[in-house]
Design a protein around this ligand. Structure first.
Ligand code: ADP
Ligand code: ZN
Length: 639
């Protein structure tokens, strides 16, 4: 029952790859064979041992067929007792037989025995006399054969293992330089000769475009700059929240200048082994120099550029990679037309050395789009789909404050998908509205069955929010109210439309907002005298707001202008960190509780006063499940 629920995580795109599974099998199989061989080598059973005297007896009885005289023993083949003969494979099949003899332990033949070698000068005569075949083994030849054969098998297995490891570690071992060519340029450099993106494809972000135009110009005609003796900018850092178009801007720079675009992510550099990342940086710059003029775009540069001193426990690999990057940036000749663009959403953790003049000395902020920006982004992306003429993109932009460019692009696509599902030839406004809700709250959960009672409570809860918003002068009017559950967890919500976008909020506005958040629960309390779990998100948001009012915006009597908390990594979760003693922290908590309690009381009062309207509207919503802002206002005015 949250008012608006927002989820701005980027989907991770890492499905398990099939070849890896195949590789795993191959590897497992190879290891199995290897172990078997080793095992068999040591556990091969010897032929049965007999006494020399027994051998002489067998000889005299005529039971010996063949004797192989070795240096320390005699290997004796006896005449099979009942005429059964063993088959010996020959030729090519002998090799297979040998191979399998390694794998499967062979039972030594019953007719093969051995005995020690006695210094018996008459042995040969005796063998001749009894007509026994005799021979001495040629040791070297089979030894060589076995040895080579085993070598081949081992090398093969080790090779397979290396290939597998290489895949696992993202190209560490092997590669161009053959086996063990450590770190030979296996970074996933992604090169585009022509990006085909221009500044027109990037909507809003005018300041960013302005700053980048100079770089484009420089790539176009570097002579203009070198002539006068100006040093070119080597790099610029694009800073901003995820999905605001940093990558897109970098591509547009390459597109506008008509140069090659190299892109890779900072995390591609960081490897398990020290030195690999550094060698990748070296490689990257070598390649780029060959392709100049060009743009090198390093996404998530914070993965390597993290400040070197702020870490618990050092990370040699990252440090080396960073040093290499710094060295390369200093080393290359900027007049050749290589420009490095880095992107990050955590500028505060970057190493100062990276930001020094001559490196990423320009910082370009890429902020979340404002209303105008959002309209432009929507317009750019709307061009790619067939839209009905009646579409009002401005209204969509109004209800999506805080949405990044990527969210808006996604909404247009969702709308197109929805239109297809509805069997329409063009995207209509309602497709867009539905798409906004899908992106904000998830898909409708049609199979979720709520009991009558639950549904009624949700209806009152949402109308509570909407009433509080409308009744207070400072709060925004509503756009839509629904009690259809959504997949992202909400049971219903109020979509508020701001009249205009605000960049500053007064204390009264913030209090009014908290009252609106409290009004959901208050409605449950006023009508049903119950408390449900549905208000958890409201509570979280309200507490957050009240807390920042006291700790950061200086809006409390008690602390006045004292700052108690400060925000870390502003472009990501924007989490606040307490800056004062624990005792002051405890007082802050009390202050926050005071605000919440006051606002809740206000919300209760407000709903008591408007109880008729609450009942009327909630029942209407209960029956219709979704109502528009206009319907709401009409009924609100009537009762
Ligand atoms: P970032 O690198 O800042 O995380 P991207 O550049 O990868 O964001 O943006 C992702 C997608 O979002 C882009 O491919 C584009 O379709 C869309 N987008 C983001 N910002 C804009 C913008 N200002 N104008 C047009 N499209 C945008
Ligand atoms: Zn709520």
């Amino acid at each position: 029952m949250d008012e608006r629920k927002k989820d701005k995580e980027k989907p991770s795109t890492n499905p398990p790859k099939l070849p890896n599974i195949v590789m795993l099998f191959v590897l497992a199989f190879s290891i199995f064979i290897l172990l078997q061989m080793i095992w068999n080598m040591f556990s091969r059973e010897e032929p049965r041992r007999i006494y020399y005297s027994e051998f002489v007896t067998y000889l005299q009885e005529g039971r010996v067929e063949k004797v192989v005289v070795q240096s320390d023993r005699l290997i004796i083949t006896l005449v099979p007792q009942n005429g059964a003969e063993e088959e010996y494979p020959e030729g090519a099949s002998a090799i297979f037989a040998d191979f399998f003899a390694w794998l499967i332990p062979q039972e030594p033949s019953e007719y093969e025995v051995h005995t020690g070698r006695m210094p018996d000068p008459q042995l040969r005569e005796m063998l001749e006399y009894h007509g026994v075949e005799y021979d001495s083994p040629i040791v070297t030849s089979t030894w060589m054969r076995d040895f080579l054969f085993q070598m081949v098998v081992y090398v093969l297995i080790i090779f397979l293992m290396l290939v597998f490891l290489r895949r696992m570690m993202g190209g560490l071992i092997g590669g161009k330089g053959g086996i063990m060519g450590f770190g030979q340029s296996n970074a996933k450099v992604y090169m585009e000769k022509k990006t085909g993106v221009t500044f027109d494809d990037v909507a809003g972000q005018e300041e960013a475009k302005d700053s980048l135009t100079e770089i484009v110009d420089f790539l176009h005609n570097p002579e203009k700059y070198t002539e006068i003796g100006a040093t070119q900018p080597k790099g610029a850092l694009l800073v901003g929240p995820p999905g605001t178009g940093k990558t897109l801007l970098a591509k547009a720079v390459a597109g506008e200048a008509g140069v090659v675009f190299f892109s890779l992510s900072g995390s591609d550099f960081v490897e398990m082994f020290v030195g690999v990342g550094a060698s990748r940086v070296r490689d990257l710059f070598k390649q780029a120099n060959q392709q100049s003029p060009c743009i090198i775009f390093i996404d998530e540069i914070d993965a390597i550029g993290r400040s070197r001193d702020s870490q618990m426990g050092s990370n040699d690999e990252r440090e080396q990679t960073l040093n290499q990057l710094l060295a390369e940036m200093d080393g290359f000749d900027s007049s050749k037309g290589v420009v490095i663009l880095g992107a990050t959403n955590r500028p505060e953790i970057l190493d100062k050395a990276l930001l020094r003049p001559g490196r990423f000395d320009r910082r370009i902020n890429v902020e979340l789009p404002d209303l105008k920006g959002r309209i432009e982004v929507l317009t750019v992306h709307a061009k790619k789909v067939k839209m009905s003429d009646a579409i009002d993109l401005r209204r969509i932009a109004m209800i999506t404050p805080g949405a990044a460019g990527a969210d808006l692009a996604n909404m247009i696509n969702e709308a197109a998908l929805h239109a297809v599902r509805m069997k329409r030839a063009r995207v209509e406004q309602e497709d867009l509205l539905e798409a906004v809700e899908v992106v904000i709250a998830g898909k409708e959960k049609k199979d979720r069955i709520m009991t009558e009672k639950e549904k009624r409570i949700v209806a009152y809860h949402e109308i509570g929010h909407a009433l509080a918003r409308t009744a207070q002068k400072d709060a925004k009017p509503v756009e839509k109210i629904t009690i259809v559950p959504r997949t992202k967890g909400s049971l219903g919500y109020v979509l508020a439309a701001p009249e205009e976008e605000k960049f500053m909020h007064s204390k009264d506005e913030m209090l009014a907002e908290i009252i609106v958040l409290m009004a959901g629960r208050a409605a449950e309390e006023v009508v049903f005298n119950t408390k449900t779990t549905g208000a958890s998100n409201d509570i979280e948001k309200a507490t957050q707001m009240a807390r920042s009012m006291v700790s950061m915006y200086g809006m409390s009597e008690k602390f006045g202008m004292m700052g108690l908390e400060s925000v870390q990594n502003r472009y990501l979760d924007g989490r606040a960190v307490l800056q004062v003693s624990d005792q002051t922290g405890a007082e802050l908590d009390i202050e926050v509780r005071g605000i919440i309690e006051d606002c809740y009381q206000n919300a209760l009062d407000l709903l008591h006063e408007n109880k008729d309207k609450l009942n009327e509207l909630a029942e209407y919503l209960f029956n219709k499940e979704t109502i528009t802002g206009d319907e709401f206002m009409e009924l609100y005015m009537k009762t």
